[in-house]
Design a protein around this ligand. Structure first.
Ligand code: ADP
Length: 317
Protein backbone atom coordinates (compact mmCIF):
# COMPACT_ATOMS: atom_id res chain seq x y z
CA UNK A 1 0.00 0.00 0.00
CA UNK A 2 2.86 2.33 0.78
CA UNK A 3 4.18 1.81 -2.71
CA UNK A 4 0.99 3.23 -4.07
CA UNK A 5 1.12 6.25 -1.79
CA UNK A 6 4.67 7.09 -2.83
CA UNK A 7 3.92 7.25 -6.54
CA UNK A 8 4.57 10.77 -7.80
CA UNK A 9 1.76 12.84 -9.29
CA UNK A 10 3.21 12.46 -12.77
CA UNK A 11 3.53 8.71 -12.51
CA UNK A 12 0.07 8.30 -11.08
CA UNK A 13 -1.43 10.33 -13.90
CA UNK A 14 0.35 8.34 -16.55
CA UNK A 15 -0.69 5.05 -14.97
CA UNK A 16 -4.22 6.20 -14.10
CA UNK A 17 -6.82 4.44 -12.00
CA UNK A 18 -4.53 3.31 -9.19
CA UNK A 19 -6.98 2.44 -6.41
CA UNK A 20 -6.49 4.61 -3.31
CA UNK A 21 -6.47 1.49 -1.18
CA UNK A 22 -5.63 -1.97 -2.38
CA UNK A 23 -8.20 -4.61 -1.43
CA UNK A 24 -7.06 -6.65 1.56
CA UNK A 25 -7.56 -10.08 0.00
CA UNK A 26 -6.94 -9.83 -3.70
CA UNK A 27 -8.74 -12.71 -5.43
CA UNK A 28 -6.19 -15.17 -6.78
CA UNK A 29 -5.79 -15.46 -10.54
CA UNK A 30 -7.59 -18.35 -12.11
CA UNK A 31 -5.15 -21.30 -12.29
CA UNK A 32 -3.55 -22.09 -15.65
CA UNK A 33 -4.79 -25.68 -15.37
CA UNK A 34 -8.36 -26.05 -14.13
CA UNK A 35 -9.22 -29.42 -12.59
CA UNK A 36 -12.71 -30.81 -12.15
CA UNK A 37 -12.28 -32.18 -8.60
CA UNK A 38 -14.93 -34.88 -9.07
CA UNK A 39 -13.72 -36.44 -12.31
CA UNK A 40 -10.08 -35.29 -12.40
CA UNK A 41 -10.63 -33.97 -15.95
CA UNK A 42 -8.16 -31.16 -16.64
CA UNK A 43 -8.58 -28.04 -18.76
CA UNK A 44 -5.73 -25.80 -19.88
CA UNK A 45 -6.66 -22.12 -19.60
CA UNK A 46 -6.10 -20.12 -22.79
CA UNK A 47 -6.88 -16.55 -23.85
CA UNK A 48 -9.41 -14.33 -22.09
CA UNK A 49 -12.58 -14.17 -24.19
CA UNK A 50 -14.38 -11.49 -22.21
CA UNK A 51 -15.48 -10.22 -18.83
CA UNK A 52 -19.05 -10.01 -17.55
CA UNK A 53 -20.63 -8.70 -14.36
CA UNK A 54 -19.01 -11.34 -12.18
CA UNK A 55 -17.46 -13.76 -14.62
CA UNK A 56 -14.29 -13.97 -16.61
CA UNK A 57 -14.55 -16.15 -19.63
CA UNK A 58 -11.52 -17.99 -21.03
CA UNK A 59 -10.93 -20.29 -23.92
CA UNK A 60 -10.06 -23.64 -22.29
CA UNK A 61 -8.82 -26.90 -23.82
CA UNK A 62 -9.85 -30.20 -22.24
CA UNK A 63 -6.42 -31.80 -21.96
CA UNK A 64 -7.29 -35.46 -22.69
CA UNK A 65 -9.56 -34.85 -25.70
CA UNK A 66 -8.00 -31.53 -26.91
CA UNK A 67 -11.56 -30.19 -27.29
CA UNK A 68 -11.92 -26.43 -26.95
CA UNK A 69 -14.57 -24.88 -24.71
CA UNK A 70 -15.41 -21.55 -23.12
CA UNK A 71 -14.75 -21.64 -19.37
CA UNK A 72 -16.71 -19.14 -17.30
CA UNK A 73 -14.89 -18.50 -14.02
CA UNK A 74 -16.59 -16.77 -11.11
CA UNK A 75 -14.52 -16.01 -8.03
CA UNK A 76 -16.25 -17.10 -4.83
CA UNK A 77 -15.26 -13.92 -2.97
CA UNK A 78 -16.97 -11.82 -5.62
CA UNK A 79 -20.32 -13.53 -5.13
CA UNK A 80 -20.38 -13.95 -1.39
CA UNK A 81 -23.98 -12.78 -0.87
CA UNK A 82 -26.56 -15.60 -0.63
CA UNK A 83 -28.78 -14.08 -3.36
CA UNK A 84 -25.83 -13.78 -5.75
CA UNK A 85 -25.01 -17.45 -5.25
CA UNK A 86 -28.67 -18.42 -5.57
CA UNK A 87 -28.83 -16.55 -8.87
CA UNK A 88 -25.84 -18.43 -10.22
CA UNK A 89 -27.22 -21.74 -9.04
CA UNK A 90 -30.48 -20.97 -10.84
CA UNK A 91 -28.60 -20.05 -14.00
CA UNK A 92 -26.83 -23.43 -13.86
CA UNK A 93 -30.03 -25.35 -13.02
CA UNK A 94 -31.88 -23.84 -16.00
CA UNK A 95 -29.02 -23.88 -18.52
CA UNK A 96 -27.77 -27.43 -17.85
CA UNK A 97 -31.12 -28.93 -18.94
CA UNK A 98 -31.11 -27.26 -22.35
CA UNK A 99 -29.88 -28.77 -25.60
CA UNK A 100 -30.52 -27.15 -28.98
CA UNK A 101 -28.36 -26.07 -31.97
CA UNK A 102 -29.17 -22.40 -31.26
CA UNK A 103 -28.52 -22.45 -27.50
CA UNK A 104 -24.95 -22.25 -26.12
CA UNK A 105 -24.33 -25.88 -25.10
CA UNK A 106 -23.74 -26.48 -21.40
CA UNK A 107 -20.94 -28.99 -20.87
CA UNK A 108 -20.03 -29.17 -17.16
CA UNK A 109 -19.94 -27.22 -13.95
CA UNK A 110 -17.83 -27.62 -10.82
CA UNK A 111 -16.05 -25.55 -8.19
CA UNK A 112 -12.86 -25.50 -6.12
CA UNK A 113 -11.68 -23.44 -3.13
CA UNK A 114 -11.45 -20.22 -5.14
CA UNK A 115 -13.92 -20.32 -8.02
CA UNK A 116 -17.06 -21.65 -9.64
CA UNK A 117 -16.48 -22.95 -13.17
CA UNK A 118 -18.98 -23.38 -16.00
CA UNK A 119 -17.67 -25.14 -19.10
CA UNK A 120 -19.64 -24.07 -22.19
CA UNK A 121 -19.59 -24.51 -25.93
CA UNK A 122 -16.99 -22.16 -27.40
CA UNK A 123 -18.37 -19.30 -29.47
CA UNK A 124 -15.16 -17.90 -30.88
CA UNK A 125 -16.68 -15.07 -32.96
CA UNK A 126 -18.01 -13.53 -29.75
CA UNK A 127 -21.36 -11.75 -29.64
CA UNK A 128 -23.63 -9.98 -32.12
CA UNK A 129 -23.22 -6.79 -30.04
CA UNK A 130 -19.49 -6.72 -30.70
CA UNK A 131 -19.99 -7.35 -34.42
CA UNK A 132 -22.75 -4.76 -34.76
CA UNK A 133 -20.45 -2.17 -33.18
CA UNK A 134 -17.93 -2.73 -35.96
CA UNK A 135 -20.54 -2.97 -38.70
CA UNK A 136 -22.90 -0.16 -37.46
CA UNK A 137 -25.91 -2.00 -38.92
CA UNK A 138 -26.68 -5.25 -40.72
CA UNK A 139 -28.24 -5.82 -44.14
CA UNK A 140 -31.75 -7.32 -44.30
CA UNK A 141 -30.51 -10.75 -45.51
CA UNK A 142 -28.11 -10.94 -42.55
CA UNK A 143 -30.87 -9.93 -40.13
CA UNK A 144 -33.10 -12.69 -41.55
CA UNK A 145 -30.25 -15.18 -41.20
CA UNK A 146 -29.49 -14.20 -37.56
CA UNK A 147 -33.03 -13.67 -36.30
CA UNK A 148 -34.47 -16.91 -37.76
CA UNK A 149 -31.85 -18.80 -35.74
CA UNK A 150 -32.64 -16.77 -32.62
CA UNK A 151 -36.34 -17.59 -33.11
CA UNK A 152 -35.51 -21.32 -33.44
CA UNK A 153 -33.57 -21.20 -30.17
CA UNK A 154 -36.27 -19.17 -28.45
CA UNK A 155 -39.06 -21.48 -29.66
CA UNK A 156 -37.17 -24.36 -28.05
CA UNK A 157 -36.76 -22.37 -24.80
CA UNK A 158 -40.44 -21.47 -24.65
CA UNK A 159 -41.45 -25.07 -25.44
CA UNK A 160 -39.20 -26.03 -22.51
CA UNK A 161 -41.14 -23.52 -20.34
CA UNK A 162 -38.12 -21.23 -19.97
CA UNK A 163 -38.38 -17.43 -20.33
CA UNK A 164 -34.92 -15.99 -21.06
CA UNK A 165 -35.78 -12.43 -19.93
CA UNK A 166 -32.56 -10.83 -21.12
CA UNK A 167 -32.43 -11.35 -24.87
CA UNK A 168 -30.06 -8.79 -26.35
CA UNK A 169 -27.30 -8.70 -28.93
CA UNK A 170 -24.67 -9.15 -26.22
CA UNK A 171 -26.22 -12.51 -25.31
CA UNK A 172 -26.29 -13.81 -28.89
CA UNK A 173 -23.01 -15.63 -29.42
CA UNK A 174 -21.51 -16.76 -32.71
CA UNK A 175 -19.51 -19.91 -33.37
CA UNK A 176 -16.50 -20.14 -35.67
CA UNK A 177 -18.82 -20.76 -38.65
CA UNK A 178 -21.28 -17.99 -37.74
CA UNK A 179 -24.10 -20.03 -36.21
CA UNK A 180 -26.06 -18.07 -33.60
CA UNK A 181 -26.32 -19.42 -30.04
CA UNK A 182 -28.44 -17.85 -27.30
CA UNK A 183 -26.47 -17.64 -24.04
CA UNK A 184 -26.39 -16.12 -20.54
CA UNK A 185 -29.27 -17.58 -18.52
CA UNK A 186 -28.62 -15.30 -15.54
CA UNK A 187 -32.14 -13.83 -15.60
CA UNK A 188 -33.95 -16.86 -17.01
CA UNK A 189 -36.85 -18.45 -15.18
CA UNK A 190 -38.98 -21.54 -15.54
CA UNK A 191 -42.76 -21.29 -15.92
CA UNK A 192 -44.07 -23.91 -13.50
CA UNK A 193 -47.76 -24.08 -14.42
CA UNK A 194 -50.18 -22.61 -16.95
CA UNK A 195 -50.79 -18.94 -16.24
CA UNK A 196 -47.73 -18.74 -13.95
CA UNK A 197 -47.02 -15.04 -14.32
CA UNK A 198 -43.71 -13.78 -13.04
CA UNK A 199 -43.82 -10.59 -10.99
CA UNK A 200 -40.32 -10.10 -9.75
CA UNK A 201 -36.90 -10.23 -11.23
CA UNK A 202 -33.46 -9.58 -9.78
CA UNK A 203 -31.47 -7.67 -12.34
CA UNK A 204 -32.54 -5.36 -15.15
CA UNK A 205 -32.96 -6.69 -18.65
CA UNK A 206 -31.64 -4.58 -21.47
CA UNK A 207 -34.75 -4.59 -23.67
CA UNK A 208 -37.28 -4.44 -20.85
CA UNK A 209 -40.93 -4.88 -21.87
CA UNK A 210 -43.64 -2.47 -20.65
CA UNK A 211 -45.41 -5.15 -18.56
CA UNK A 212 -42.12 -5.93 -16.79
CA UNK A 213 -41.63 -2.23 -16.00
CA UNK A 214 -45.20 -1.98 -14.73
CA UNK A 215 -44.79 -5.13 -12.60
CA UNK A 216 -48.25 -6.37 -13.64
CA UNK A 217 -47.00 -9.90 -14.31
CA UNK A 218 -45.00 -11.04 -17.32
CA UNK A 219 -44.41 -14.21 -19.27
CA UNK A 220 -43.07 -15.47 -22.63
CA UNK A 221 -44.27 -12.33 -24.46
CA UNK A 222 -41.53 -10.29 -22.75
CA UNK A 223 -39.02 -12.29 -24.86
CA UNK A 224 -41.05 -11.51 -27.99
CA UNK A 225 -40.80 -7.79 -27.18
CA UNK A 226 -37.02 -8.18 -26.97
CA UNK A 227 -37.01 -9.81 -30.44
CA UNK A 228 -38.66 -6.63 -31.77
CA UNK A 229 -35.96 -4.52 -30.12
CA UNK A 230 -33.23 -6.79 -31.52
CA UNK A 231 -34.67 -6.52 -35.06
CA UNK A 232 -34.82 -2.72 -34.79
CA UNK A 233 -31.29 -2.45 -33.36
CA UNK A 234 -29.78 -4.69 -36.06
CA UNK A 235 -31.40 -2.77 -38.90
CA UNK A 236 -31.09 0.77 -37.51
CA UNK A 237 -27.84 0.58 -35.54
CA UNK A 238 -29.26 1.80 -32.23
CA UNK A 239 -31.98 0.54 -29.85
CA UNK A 240 -35.55 1.83 -30.40
CA UNK A 241 -36.05 3.54 -27.02
CA UNK A 242 -32.53 4.74 -26.33
CA UNK A 243 -32.20 8.19 -24.73
CA UNK A 244 -29.72 9.96 -22.47
CA UNK A 245 -31.60 9.00 -19.30
CA UNK A 246 -33.00 5.68 -18.11
CA UNK A 247 -36.12 7.43 -16.78
CA UNK A 248 -36.89 8.92 -20.18
CA UNK A 249 -36.23 5.56 -21.86
CA UNK A 250 -38.73 3.89 -19.49
CA UNK A 251 -41.32 6.59 -20.24
CA UNK A 252 -40.88 5.96 -23.96
CA UNK A 253 -41.19 2.20 -23.51
CA UNK A 254 -44.46 2.65 -21.60
CA UNK A 255 -45.80 4.91 -24.36
CA UNK A 256 -44.28 2.80 -27.17
CA UNK A 257 -42.77 6.00 -28.42
CA UNK A 258 -40.10 5.39 -31.09
CA UNK A 259 -39.62 6.21 -34.76
CA UNK A 260 -38.19 4.64 -37.88
CA UNK A 261 -35.45 6.09 -40.05
CA UNK A 262 -36.59 6.46 -43.67
CA UNK A 263 -34.23 3.84 -45.12
CA UNK A 264 -36.06 0.91 -43.47
CA UNK A 265 -38.16 -1.33 -45.75
CA UNK A 266 -41.94 -1.39 -45.41
CA UNK A 267 -41.90 -5.08 -44.40
CA UNK A 268 -39.34 -4.44 -41.63
CA UNK A 269 -41.36 -1.49 -40.28
CA UNK A 270 -44.56 -3.52 -40.29
CA UNK A 271 -43.03 -6.46 -38.46
CA UNK A 272 -41.37 -4.30 -35.80
CA UNK A 273 -44.62 -2.35 -35.32
CA UNK A 274 -46.53 -5.64 -34.86
CA UNK A 275 -44.07 -6.84 -32.22
CA UNK A 276 -43.53 -3.62 -30.26
CA UNK A 277 -47.07 -3.31 -29.00
CA UNK A 278 -47.65 -2.56 -25.34
CA UNK A 279 -50.24 -5.27 -24.60
CA UNK A 280 -48.36 -8.59 -24.43
CA UNK A 281 -51.39 -10.57 -25.67
CA UNK A 282 -51.42 -8.53 -28.89
CA UNK A 283 -47.87 -9.46 -29.84
CA UNK A 284 -47.40 -12.07 -32.57
CA UNK A 285 -46.29 -15.61 -31.75
CA UNK A 286 -42.80 -16.77 -32.76
CA UNK A 287 -44.29 -18.74 -35.66
CA UNK A 288 -46.19 -15.68 -36.86
CA UNK A 289 -42.99 -13.65 -36.74
CA UNK A 290 -41.03 -16.27 -38.71
CA UNK A 291 -43.73 -16.44 -41.38
CA UNK A 292 -44.03 -12.65 -41.74
CA UNK A 293 -43.24 -11.31 -45.19
CA UNK A 294 -40.09 -9.63 -43.86
CA UNK A 295 -38.69 -13.19 -43.65
CA UNK A 296 -40.58 -14.93 -46.45
CA UNK A 297 -40.41 -12.14 -49.02
CA UNK A 298 -36.65 -11.67 -49.10
CA UNK A 299 -33.40 -13.56 -49.49
CA UNK A 300 -32.23 -15.69 -46.53
CA UNK A 301 -28.60 -16.86 -46.77
CA UNK A 302 -27.89 -20.51 -45.86
CA UNK A 303 -24.61 -19.51 -44.28
CA UNK A 304 -22.62 -16.38 -43.57
CA UNK A 305 -18.91 -15.82 -44.03
CA UNK A 306 -16.93 -14.79 -40.92
CA UNK A 307 -15.81 -11.77 -42.96
CA UNK A 308 -19.28 -10.36 -42.11
CA UNK A 309 -17.84 -9.72 -38.63
CA UNK A 310 -16.08 -6.66 -40.04
CA UNK A 311 -17.40 -5.89 -43.53
CA UNK A 312 -20.73 -5.79 -45.35
CA UNK A 313 -21.30 -8.99 -47.33
CA UNK A 314 -22.52 -8.84 -50.91
CA UNK A 315 -25.16 -11.42 -51.72
CA UNK A 316 -25.85 -12.90 -55.12
CA UNK A 317 -22.99 -11.09 -56.84
P1 ADP B 1 -21.85 -12.44 -16.99
O1 ADP B 1 -22.93 -13.47 -16.79
O2 ADP B 1 -21.01 -12.23 -15.79
O3 ADP B 1 -22.34 -11.16 -17.61
P2 ADP B 1 -21.21 -13.43 -19.58
O4 ADP B 1 -21.89 -14.74 -19.67
O5 ADP B 1 -21.89 -12.28 -20.24
O6 ADP B 1 -20.87 -13.08 -18.08
O7 ADP B 1 -19.76 -13.58 -20.20
C1 ADP B 1 -18.85 -12.53 -20.22
C2 ADP B 1 -18.16 -12.41 -21.58
O8 ADP B 1 -17.49 -13.64 -21.87
C3 ADP B 1 -19.11 -12.20 -22.74
O9 ADP B 1 -19.37 -10.86 -22.97
C4 ADP B 1 -18.33 -12.82 -23.90
O10 ADP B 1 -17.40 -11.91 -24.42
C5 ADP B 1 -17.60 -13.95 -23.24
N1 ADP B 1 -18.33 -15.24 -23.39
C6 ADP B 1 -19.34 -15.71 -22.61
N2 ADP B 1 -19.75 -16.94 -23.00
C7 ADP B 1 -18.99 -17.26 -24.08
C8 ADP B 1 -18.91 -18.42 -24.95
N3 ADP B 1 -19.71 -19.47 -24.79
N4 ADP B 1 -17.99 -18.38 -25.95
C9 ADP B 1 -17.18 -17.31 -26.13
N5 ADP B 1 -17.19 -16.22 -25.34
C10 ADP B 1 -18.08 -16.17 -24.34
Amino acid sequence: EQGVLLVTKEASESKKKIPPELPKNLPKECPSVIVDPETGVRYRRGRLLGKGGFARCYEVIQMDTKRAFAGKVVNKQRISKPNQRAKMQREIAVHCQLRHPNIVAFHKHFDDEENFYIILELCSQKSLAQILKLRRCFTEPEVRYFVLQIIDGLRYLHNSCVIHRDLKLGNMFLTENMEVKIGDFGLATKVEFEGDEKRTMCGTPNYIAPEVLDKVGHSFEADVWAIGCILYTMLVGRPPFETESLKETYTRIKRTSYSFPSHLSQAAKELITDILTSKPENRPSLDEIASHKFFTGGFVPDALSPSACHSTPEFGV
